[in-house]
Design a protein around this ligand. Structure first.
Ligand code: CMP
Length: 141
């Protein structure tokens, strides 16, 4: 079945590699169903990443996400949640380079924090984050 996921190009990657990343997404067969450039404030970034509240890197993560605009997208494809996570590669770029050298994080992530891209980890989170960013959208499923 066609599925939807929330994908984010984080501020540094958007400033430096927007065109290449968007081309890669389209070549991989995703449809960009919705797209919105979003300059998160601290409150929004904290809410977006509320699952990580309390972790040692939480403040740095919020600072990173607020350093400039992000590109927020709803991607659709068969198995979009898992497929987008595969295209991004692992959170840690060192691991991405080792195990998934063709992935976006292998190519564009600078560190485990500044890893350039985000994707929902499961369908429940995907629904929640898509509504948080895009409001009351209809995703007929
Ligand atoms: P993301 O997939 O968007 O989900 C949570 C983010 O927290 C992650 O990408 C990284 O930007 C950041 N992150 C995860 N683990 C660490 C870590 N160990 N140290 C610093 N930042 C991290």
């Amino acid at each position: 079945p066609v599925e939807y996921t929330l994908a984010t190009i984080k501020p540094d990657a958007l400033a430096e590699h927007q065109d290449t990343i968007l081309e890669t997404i389209q070549s991989a067969g995703f449809t960009i169903f919705k797209v919105k450039e979003t300059y998160l404030n601290r409150g929004m970034a904290e809410e977006f990443y509320k699952e990580h509240r309390g972790k040692p890197f939480f403040d740095q993560l919020v600072n990173y996400m607020c350093q400039g605009p992000c590109l927020m997208m709803i991607l659709s494809k068969e198995n979009a949640v898992e497929e987008w996570r595969k295209l991004m590669g692992p959170t840690d770029p060192a691991e991405a380079q080792r195990s998934m050298p063709e992935s976006l994080r292998s190519k564009f992530a600078k560190s485990i924090l500044q890893n350039g891209l985000h994707g929902s980890s499961n369908k429940t989170h995907a629904m929640e984050k898509m509504h948080f960013i895009f409001g009351d959208i209809d995703l007929e499923q």
